[in-house]
Design a protein around this ligand. Structure first.
Ligand SMILES: Nc1ncnc2c1ncn2[C@@H]1O[C@H](COP(=O)(O)OP(=O)(O)OP(=O)(O)O)[C@@H](O)[C@H]1O
Ligand SMILES: [Mg+2]
Length: 436
């Protein structure tokens, strides 16, 4: 079976036993107990599916999940955790995990899921990501008008909004509609590059300007010449770099590191962040003068929960996309699924909805996405839409705490009761009340 699984857990024992089981079922499985090595391994070995722990030293599971899916959007990830709370599950799915299983993992369930993923992957066709912008919301429509107007100018544009609201898609649209569309569109993530490299990355360097700089190198400002430069996560740029950016924006000129010649910057700047820059200015981590320079045109994308009418059209759009990609006929959403989608608050916004739909298509048995095949964490989520009250939340928290205790004690109730410092009877009553 040419399906490669990488198990990632800081507990080598968990890795070993899971791998043994997987191999005995005919999968190719390997493990990695140091989360910091996973990106490098995925770079050199073929990995179709990762089964990954949530809490790990070095790089945590969610963080790693984000990085993996950003680098390889097609990679499948199943998370496992001793702390499989609803909150953690939603967080994991927001970043594209297929599921979050409580440890100790129920093997038959896991195998069933892996089989489904494997079959879907085999059937998967490379369908290009559709860049079309879906909305029925009048406010978002007005944003698209702003994009259109902005595209005709060279003005700097700042796009803000929570994670997953479509900032990058707006930036792409802006470049594609501008006169610069035939010229390069260069993107840089300001959060992922260390400050020391950032300057030479953006402005380039002259040979010999520092120890490693053997040859002259052009920076992104030069490479994007005539086109657009997208500074993603600008809210994470260091104050030192901010000062340098401000200078380029003011003068329209820059110098390579170690250079003495002023070069003209001929690229449109589009910046984006999910940070609240006004707050960052208040806290002294973002320069107010740079903020004004960047937000000549300011596009604020509202979270999905503030435009609930977009939920179903977006869900159907992604449904069509993934059905085509996985060669599935699934093309409908059952009514109760639609209700669940409408009532969910989508903290991960459109990215979460997109990930949700990909999973739904993988697990849909027929042509309809049904309630039974969507993750439990979404199903249970207050489908009536009535606001959750304090008692519900306390009950929910208690259920999570008990689950966690049981999972840590391998289901031995006496031990779990001791861990929680309550007597056995109270634990039984609580479990009954929580439906465990
Ligand atoms: N209106 C939309 N119509 C169709 N797809 C959308 C829409 N908005 C966002 N998407 C898709 O949702 C995903 C997330 O969007 P995007 O990457 O642009 O978000 P973002 O705001 O840049 O998120 P982050 O802050 O996490 O970087 C992308 O796959 C994007 O194509
Ligand atoms: Mg983005």
């Amino acid at each position: 079976m040419d399906f490669n699984i990488l198990v990632v857990d800081d507990e080598v024992e968990v890795c070993r036993s899971l791998c043994e089981i997987l191999v005995s079922r005919g999968y190719r499985a390997r493990y990695e107990s140091e989360s910091a090595k996973v990106m490098d391994r995925a770079e050199c070995e073929r990995v179709d599916l990762l089964i990954m722990d949530l809490r790990m030293p070095e790089i945590g599971g969610i963080d790693l999940l984000r990085r993996l899916r950003a680098r390889w959007p097609g990679i499948s990830v199943i998370m496992i955790s001793g702390y499989a709370t609803v909150e953690n599950a939603v967080r994991a799915m927001k970043y594209g995990a297929l599921n979050l299983y409580t440890k100790p993992v129920k093997i038959p369930l896991l195998i069933q899921e892996i089989e489904q993923v494997r079959k879907s992957m085999e059937a998967k066709k490379p369908v290009e990501d559709d860049e079309s912008f879906v909305t029925v919301d009048p406010f978002i429509r007005s944003i698209l008008d702003t994009v259109e107007t902005a595209a005709a100018t060279n003005a700097t544009v700042l796009i803000t909004g929570e994670s997953g609201t479509g900032k990058e898609l707006i930036a792409n649209t802006l470049h594609a509609k501008s006169k610069r569309r035939e010229k390069p569109f260069i993107k840089i993530n300001c959060a992922s590059i260390p400050e020391t490299l950032m300057e030479s990355e953006l402005f380039g360097h002259e040979a010999g300007s520092y120890t490693d700089a053997r040859e002259q190198k052009k920076g992104l400002f030069e490479l994007a010449s005539g086109g657009s430069l997208f500074l993603d996560e600008i809210g994470d740029m260091s104050l030192g770099m901010q000062a340098k950016m401000l200078r380029v924006l003011q003068d329209g000129k820059f110098m390579r590191v170690g250079g003495s010649k002023l070069l003209a910057a001929d690229c449109r700047i589009i910046a984006a962040t999910n940070r609240k820059l006004e707050e960052a200015i208040g806290e002294g981590t973002f320069r107010e003068d740079l903020y004004y320079r960047l937000s000549v045109i300011n596009i604020r994308l509202p979270p999905l929960r503030q435009r609930p009418n977009d939920i179903i059209p977006l869900a159907e759009h992604f449904l069509k996309h993934f059905a085509a990609a996985y060669d599935k006929s699934a093309a409908k959403l059952a009514d109760d699924v639609q209700e669940i989608l409408r009532n969910h608050s989508w903290p991960g916004n459109i990215r979460e909805l997109k990930n949700f739909m990909e999973r739904a298509v993988i697990f849909a048995p027929g042509d309809t996405v049904e309630r039974a095949t969507i993750p439990e964490q979404y199903r249970g989520m207050n489908p009536s839409g009535a606001p959750e009250n304090l008692h519900d939340r306390i009950d929910g928290a208690a259920r999570d705490i008990i689950r966690e205790a049981l999972s840590r004690t391998n289901g031995v109730k006496g031990d779990a009761a001791r861990l929680l410092n309550i007597d056995r009877k109270t634990l039984y009553n609580r479990m009954k009340k929580s439906g465990l």
